[in-house]
Design a protein around this ligand. Structure first.
Ligand SMILES: Cc1cc2nc3c(=O)[nH]c(=O)nc-3n(C[C@H](O)[C@H](O)[C@H](O)COP(=O)(O)OP(=O)(O)OC[C@H]3O[C@@H](n4cnc5c(N)ncnc54)[C@H](O)[C@@H]3O)c2cc1C
Length: 407
């Protein structure tokens, strides 16, 4: 049973199904993709290290190949850092994830939200799912929480880490703009000058940030990730305020860019969100934690590794500021098996941005390429467990390698 259909959940479900298990994937929205589609975070980071070497394959690699087959695969990289990423078209991404899960035989339930869980001693027994027909209880032998926010862990009473709201990675409402002519200014300096001019003339105080403006494939629309803020993402009232405030800012940025940024004169707002982009909520209290020191030292763990991460520390705890710290040699580090295992429920794994980590390691491994890798491992581990091989690292690694993962 996999809860959440983002990068980690898709990889977990496909990995489990390919390992021979009957697998169900529960997703609260009408489509898969998680932040990539539901929050317009249309940039897969973490498939490459800063030397531009591939560090993630397996299910994630298969998703990239499907984008290539559809002719919408577009890589980009920052020359100053070597960070390499893949730009996404939202609708193609939804379709490709449908195809990937369908081909593996995953039983998908969209419009379905996990609202309860029951445990018995050190085991998770069943979950409660709410959908249009009502509430249902569903039992399984093994569970993966890939909900990003740690919904299943919290409902099951499994240990989680939650930083105080003001110390978490910030949240950002992404917005997408159309009508931005080819060659229009998308530079940070351009944004800074335009926002300052707008603030001077309007008397407002729109923040100018170290955010991103990126041109997306297929539609040519421009993605903006600009207005970071601290939000208690586990509080519905605070989330409501942040969504409304984010939409107001998306319109103010449009006004600023139309007036003061070259090529934006006829731009319009295509879409916000749909939901606030949440970088951090809960994290798993895991059997083992990835630490910032492991990240910076590019620590290798030959027998324990279930995934690689090549994305540097990208710390966004201060609104509008991105603090990057490279991995030694601009390479990658190994994520150990214990980081995806719940420390108190034997048949529960968590992956993606729930992976057990301290604050600095979290700022690195939370990206979506790495979420595909940790999710893939969690799905394979859960499938082998359900079939009787409990926490056998050698078998899990062998199955991941058989499925094309890079270890
Ligand atoms: C503003 C912002 C910018 C970012 N920029 C980048 C970037 O450029 N590149 C990059 O790679 N990463 C980026 N990240 C980080 C990345 O998006 C996340 O860390 C990543 O999406 C985590 O993947 P996930 O699968 O763990 O969770 P998510 O993508 O959050 O997916 C979780 C899924 O679980 C579902 N779900 C939640 N609760 C339930 C429930 N109770 N029942 C059923 N389903 C449920 C959700 O609907 C969602 O589909 C950014 C994040 C933010 C917020």
């Amino acid at each position: 049973m996999v809860v959440g259909g983002g990068s980690a959940g898709v990889a977990a479900a496909v990995g489990a199904a390919r390992a021979g298990c009957r697998t169900r994937l529960i997703e609260k929205y009408a489509f898969l993709g998680g932040a990539a589609t539901a929050s317009s975070v249309s940039i897969y980071c973490g498939f490459f290290d800063q030397n531009r070497r591939r560090v993630v394959d397996g299910v994630g690699g298969s998703v990239l190949r499907r984008l290539q087959e559809r002719g919408v695969y577009r890589e980009g990289s920052f020359s100053w850092s070597g960070n390499t990423f893949v730009l996404l078209d939202t609708e193609t991404t939804k379709t490709v994830l449908d195809e990937e899960t369908h081909a593996a035989g995953v039983d998908i339930r969209l419009h379905s939200t996990v609202v309860g869980a029951s445990r018995e001693r050190g085991w998770l027994r069943e979950i409660e799912v709410s959908d249009a027909a009502g509430r249902h209880r569903v039992a399984a032998r093994a569970f993966v929480d890939a909900s990003g926010d740690g919904a299943l862990c919290a409902l099951a009473g499994a240990g989680v880490r939650v930083a105080p709201a003001g110390e978490r990675q910030t949240s950002t409402l992404a917005s997408r703009y159309g009508g931005v002519v080819p060659g229009a200014d998308l530079s940070r300096e351009g944004v800074r000058v335009a926002v300052n001019a707008y603030n001077r003339h309007s008397g407002r105080s729109l923040p100018h940030t170290q955010g991103v403006l990126a041109r997306l494939p297929v539609t040519g629309e421009v993605l903006a990730l600009l207005a970071d803020e601290h939000v208690d993402t586990l509080d519905a009232a605070a989330l409501t305020g942040a969504e409304i405030n984010g939409r107001r800012k998306a319109r103010a940025y449009l006004d600023a860019f139309r007036a003061y940024l070259s090529g934006w004169e006829n731009a319009y707002l295509l879409c916000t969100g749909p939901q606030l982009g949440i970088r951090e909520a809960r994290r798993l209290r895991a059997r083992e934690e990835v630490r910032g020191a492991d990240v910076l030292a590019a620590r290798k763990r030959p027998d324990e590794s279930i995934a690689r991460c090549g994305w540097p520390v990208e710390d966004r705890r201060v609104p509008g500021v991105a603090r990057y710290v490279p991995i030694e040699g601009k390479g990658w580090y190994d994520i150990p098996y214990g980081a995806i295992c719940s420390d108190d429920l034997d048949n529960l794994w968590a992956a993606g941005r729930l992976t057990g980590s301290d604050d600095d390691a979290f700022a690195s491994l939370r990206v979506m390429g790495t979420a595909f890798a940790t999710g893939h491992a969690a799905g394979v581990a859960a499938a082998l467990y359900a079939r009787g091989a409990k926490h056998d690292r050698a078998l899990i690694r062998a199955e991941l390698l058989r499925q094309g993962a890079l270890l």
